[in-house]
Design a protein around this ligand. Structure first.
Ligand SMILES: Nc1ncnc2c1ncn2[C@@H]1O[C@H](COP(=O)(O)OP(=O)(O)O)[C@@H](O)[C@H]1O
Ligand SMILES: [Mg+2]
Length: 474
């Protein structure tokens, strides 16, 4: 730090002494040295003079009638306006206990009468300098505190802008994630409206003509046509279709192939022999076709339900992620919710080659900054995906260990070489090319973990890299 020595020359000094001779003497010496001197003959006047215009230093006699020097000093120290003014006692008393008392009430020095002029001047000069240095230090401290405060604000800003940058990178994938369900909803609604147009008029007659047996077949078909999301790939479906077709043929059914096709669409795969009697009834065809249409109607509805839920989930994740907690207060939160939010946003980047293996323990809610923690999960997951080149297994394990919650992310990517490991938490350290990484991710992660008084550890060999975050439960 660079402190210029303050100039003490025009300092304002209040001299308090009840002996006129002493007062004149001191005033003379000090004025000659260039100080501005205000002489006063008693404590009361000294206090009001100090209040009116606080001096830079007080030279104070002890033995005075009415109010002695100790009390004057005490009162100066009691007032906010004058408490920092250095007080030098000047007295004929030469008892140790009195000197101790002088320091006890806040004096900074003690000069014994009779005094040497040089000594008085030297001491006054020294205390004036100390005092000015102190003021200057206080100002510097204030500047430093301001700088630290600004730095913290910048850091918050940095964290926020990194978060938005991450979101920006994800947006294309997220748009897709919302568009797909929207497409599904659109086409399902088309299906429903077609069904309506085609079937409404025929319905009353259809139901009137149903025999008891056909009705049973109709309901059985509808009942068995599940609403489950298809579990089979199209190749598996072709195989199942072939098998069904064979079974139907063996049961003596004509049009076996066509029927097998429709059954697979309705996701009816087994116990085909139950359907054989029904498929031999005279009116089976119209009943079967109507059941088929009802089934696809039902399927459209459940597709819409699932698509709505899915896009709702993405929007919710987006909203919770982009949320900015300006109050910065800790709240109770479940860490799994945050991890799930991040996984939802990364869905599009995960689904083409990443298997996420979750091993979640029972976690209590903890007091934390959930928005910030979301960023921790984001950065760790993003790094893992990059290290695996978006192909591999990402394991997420959580558990409570005594008074801590431990969250561990493990990827089977290329790992971190030992010579790189000590640097990864440094700001701006990156092994990635410009568009890929800024090198701020882990720096931010550590800052946020620190803010939660937690720890983060890393463990890496090629094919297995783990980042373990441990957060205290309060
Ligand atoms: N899971 C991981 N596997 C391999 N290397 C990693 C992993 N996580 C982080 N790293 C290394 O640490 C560096 C710093 O990470 P980070 O601070 O997130 O910055 P960035 O991802 O922008 O490079 C990365 O460049 C990478 O070399
Ligand atoms: Mg990163």
């Amino acid at each position: 730090m660079n402190l210029t020595l303050p100039n003490t020359n025009r300092a304002n000094i209040l001299v308090v002494d009840d002996t006129p001779q002493n007062l004149r003497l001191l005033t003379g010496i000090l004025s000659e040295k260039g100080y501005q001197v205000r002489p006063v003959p008693n404590g009361k006047l000294a206090l009001s003079a100090a209040q009116k215009m606080p001096p830079d230093l007080v030279l104070l006699d002890i033995m005075m009638p009415e109010m002695d020097g100790y009390e004057v000093c005490q009162r100066l120290k009691d007032s906010e306006l004058t408490k920092d003014i250095p007080v030098i006692f000047i007295s004929a008393i030469n008892d140790v206990m009195d000197k101790v008392k002088a320091f006890g009430v806040g004096g900074v020095d003690f000069i014994t009468k009779p005094f040497q002029v040089e000594e008085v001047l030297a001491r006054i000069e020294t205390h004036l300098k100390i005092c000015l240095l102190q003021q200057s230090l206080q100002e510097k401290n204030q500047d430093l505190a301001t700088a630290i405060y600004q730095l913290q604000a910048t850091q918050e800003h940095l964290i926020q802008s990194e978060k938005m940058a991450a979101l920006g990178q994800l947006i294309a994938g997220i748009a897709h994630e919302i568009n797909t369900p929207l497409g599904i909803i659109g086409s399902s609604i088309d299906n429903i409206s077609n069904f309506w147009d085609e079937n409404l008029a025929k319905m009353p007659q259809f139901f009137q003509q149903l025999t008891e047996e056909s009705q049973a077949g109709f309901l059985a078909l509808l009942h068995r046509s599940t609403n489950q999301e298809t579990l089979f790939t199209s190749r598996e479906k072709r195989k199942i279709k072939q098998q069904l077709s064979n079974e139907l043929m063996a049961g003596g059914i004509e049009n076996a192939e066509e029927i097998a096709d429709s059954l697979v669409d309705m996701e009816i795969y087994d116990n085909i022999e139950e359907l054989l009697p029904f498929l031999k009834l005279p009116d089976w065809e119209v009943v079967f076709n109507t059941a088929y249409q009802f089934a696809s109607f039902k399927k459209s509805i459940s597709l819409i339900q699932r698509a709505t839920a899915k896009s709702g989930k993405v929007v919710f994740a987006l909203k919770s992620y982009a949320h900015f907690d300006s109050k910065q207060e800790k709240v109770q939160a479940n860490l799994h919710d945050g991890i799930e939010t991040v996984l939802t946003l990364y869905q599009n980047q995960l689904k083409h080659g990443i298997e996420v293996v979750k091993n979640y323990g029972d976690l209590p809610k903890i007091m934390c900054y959930p928005d910030d923690l979301n960023q921790v999960w984001t950065n760790l997951i993003h790094n893992a995906l990059q290290a695996m080149d978006y192909k591999g297994i990402l394991m997420i394990e959580t558990q409570q260990q005594e008074a801590n919650i431990v969250i561990k992310f493990t990827d089977d990517g290329k790992g971190i070489p030992p010579q790189v490991l000590p640097k990864i938490f440094q700001p701006f350290f990156t092994t990635k090319s410009a568009g890929e990484g800024s090198g701020l991710g882990l720096d931010i992660v550590r800052k946020i973990v620190d803010k939660h008084e937690g720890t983060i550890a890393v463990d890496s060999v090629p094919g297995q890299t783990s980042f373990t975050v441990s957060l205290p439960i309060y």
